[in-house]
Ligand binder design. Sequence first.
Ligand code: F6P
Length: 330
Amino acid sequence: MKCIGVLTSGGDAPGMNAVIWSTVRAAHARGMKVMGIEDGYQGLIERRVHELTAKELGNCLDLGGTCLGTARCKAMMTDEGRDEAATVVREFGIEGIIVCGGDGSYRGAQTLSERGIPTIGLPGTIDNDLAYTDFTIGYDTACNTATEAAMKIRDTMTSHHRFGIIEVMGRRCGDIALSVGLVVGADYILVPEIQYETPYDMENIAKRLTKLSSEGAKSGLIILAEGVEYDTPNRAEVLCDALVQRTGLEIRSTVLGHMQRGGYPSVRDRSYAIQMTERAVELLHKGIGNRVVGVRHNQIIDMDIVEALQMKQTINKDLYDLAQQLGSVR
Ligand code: F6P
């Protein structure tokens, strides 16, 4: 291949800039040029494509967000949109594409592959919800950001002898909640994967808080994954009101929201982004597409995109049990 494209798609994630930066460097090192596609598939369909240079990118690998922009593209859900996207790719002489995003973005990549365009998926999402890889790019930074916020909230909860409910992102995946809950020693962690198996019982959570309080705990933290009751608006507030009613304790809720998606990418996110991108560029250079890159047991791996999308995400139950057990001791 002489020319490849790169796009970022779906919710942005810290480390996406490191992907763009290293795509250009790894491709140039192999004598290939790189076309940057703005705002994901939306920009592709609208022909917002230009050649990227190392000079233009500077040290963007340090920065949060994505310098190419990103979007969730409705047109890419239709055959017409997908055909148009493939036409534009050919118009610009792009022979292969790196797509950095989550599962929706991967489905778009798969449809381009089906239209004869080699694509490589890189896992760019804070949610860590792609089962084939141990880590997605952005997850580590989001966990660090959410942990810092949780610790700050705990400071004020402790001063006021209150219990705090903190809602974190993750779509239908509880990994951010579990990681944050474990490292802040949360009293309770609510994640969707456990809720699907055994729905959380409000009375049990209330009993646990009442017991903690009667044993002398004056404050505490509950980490709530947004995936628990994903489609319910104000879920943290609803939980808060229900627990106040049942326990009589003073409880406050905070939704961390989009702050979890911003900020400088952590060393781990940047390092994996750079290493995974190197594999992606290498695959395209060899003319190989229809694959996704990830990390397993600290090794960079690649696999078929269809197989990757069929894998079912699970939560680390042992870690969840450990976190719950440690959090319940006072
Ligand atoms: O997929 C990343 C994510 O931040 C999810 O955790 C969250 O549910 C969603 O995107 C929020 O999307 P939006 O930015 O469109 O509100």
